[in-house]
Design a protein around this ligand. Structure first.
Ligand code: FAD
Length: 385
């Protein structure tokens, strides 16, 4: 009988396992892949502030981002630069492995190659049934289970818990490209012909390597081919290793039932503006650990006791998810002409300078609301209402 079973070794599950093991609990972390970090498809952009905040390992850092340039459909530019690093670009597989090593050092048991198929909540425990790649089916009992299975929400769904109901479809490749002639800025491309409903990106990794990708509500493949051609007109698509993955959006409902908590991207704890899930995954894990450590003191694992998690995450970043989601949805209706007009107005009114102080890499809702207010007061109107 374990204290806690954590399912899914991404940033959320690994960090929760680390904190729970550090608090002296008997934790087992199940991961479907044979090695932590395999199939960790990601652009790997993590806000600089997250490193001291979560005491994150620095060795997986490949480069830093000091300048972000957004490019409109008509080629207008909006640029945001900082003196120090705004964000770091990591090797996500290496990052997950470093975090996992820390969790194991703290006493967590890591079980690889184990696909969890079901959770049965019983009166005095939860039974976790899984299939090991070599050893076949098996089960384990624990006081509590934490579901951190990322974009795969099947375990949550089976228990009636919040699970992703909408997805952005992402596609990405790592490419060798010369300097982009824009001071090696990270470039974000927007527009109905570029990535409807979201955006494309070009992120420097150093040594002339770049991550080029996009996410969209549509089939991303034709847009990706156009984006690759735009950043590298002679690129041969057939030589690229192209990764595809969904990004969860719009989870609604509760994250807690008796003896079970869903957290991280599996519970929709992911930035609804940019699809960044590492920061909120780590934050979500921290809140899970806090609630569980207290629940173990009173040995009370009912929905009311674990429900503290619900209150915590909603008050910590619930607003961010909601405002971000509606802002992205609103922006997805802008025509290319309206986007160009917005870029012109934002440059003319020094919007980014005026937002300074409200612009935080992982906290967007204040800047978004302020931008919305600015749009509404533009002379001549913006034409979105
Ligand atoms: C193309 C792309 C680019 C991205 N770029 C960024 C970025 O720049 N910055 C950022 O912050 N985020 C980014 N994200 C999102 C980020 O990668 C995820 O949101 C984040 O990793 C979620 O963390 P998690 O721990 O909740 O889940 P995950 O990292 O997805 O981990 C879930 C783990 O659970 C395992 N699993 C699933 N089901 C089971 C099961 N039944 N049994 C056992 N194991 C299971 C999976 O194998 C996986 O290892 C990007 C995503 C994509 C697709």
């Amino acid at each position: 009988m374990k204290d806690v079973v954590v399912i899914g070794a991404g940033p959320a599950g690994i960090h929760a396992s680390y904190l729970l093991a550090q608090a002296g609990l008997n934790v087992v972390l199940f991961e479907a892949q044979g090695r932590v970090g395999d199939r960790a498809i990601c652009s790997g952009v993590v806000g600089d502030e997250a490193f001291p905040r979560f005491d994150l390992p620095k060795q997986p850092i490949l480069s830093d981002i000091r300048c972000i340039q957004a490019v409109s459909p008509g080629g207008r530019k909006l640029e945001y630069s900082t003196d120090g690093p705004l964000a770091q670009v990591i090797d996500k597989a290496e990052f997950n492995r470093s975090l996992a090593q820390r969790a194991v050092n703290a006493g967590a048991e890591l079980q690889l190659g184990c696909w969890v198929n079901s959770l049965q909540v019983e009166k005095h425990s939860v039974e976790v049934q899984y299939r090991h790649t070599d050893a076949g089916p098996a089960s384990v009992r624990a006081q509590v289970a934490v579901i951190t299975t990322g974009v795969n929400g099947s375990l949550n769904r089976a228990l009636g818990l919040a699970h992703p109901r909408q997805f952005l479809r992402a596609v990405q490749a790592e490419m060798a490209l010369p300097p982009n002639g824009h001071g090696n800025a990270t470039r974000i491309f927007v527009g109905q012909g570029v990535a409807p409903g979201a955006f494309g990106w070009e992120i420097p990794l150093g040594k002339n390597r770049w991550r080029v990708g996009l996410m969209t509500e549509d089939n991303p493949d034709p847009y990706f081919a156009k984006l690759v051609h735009r950043v590298s007109p002679n690129a041969d698509m057939s030589t690229l290793r192209i990764d595809r993955k969904g990004i969860a959006q719009a989870s609604v409902g509760r994250c807690v039932v008796e003896r079970v908590i869903a957290a991280g991207e599996a519970a929709g704890h992911i930035k609804t503006t940019t699809g960044g899930g590492i920061y909120y995954g780590l934050l979500s894990a921290e809140l899970v650990a806090d609630v569980l450590v207290r629940a173990f003191r009173s040995m009370n694992f009912n929905a009311r006791s674990l429900g503290e998690f619900e209150r915590y995450w909603r008050s910590t970043f619930g607003n961010e998810l909601m405002v971000g989601y509606f802002a992205r949805k609103l922006a997805s209706h802008f025509t290319d002409g309206q986007i160009d007009k917005f870029f012109d107005a934002a440059n003319a009114s020094n919007l980014l300078v005026r937002l300074n102080g409200k612009l935080k890499f992982d906290w967007h809702h204040r800047a978004l609301l302020s931008t919305l207010r600015s749009l509404m007061t533009l002379p001549g109107g913006f034409g979105v209402g």
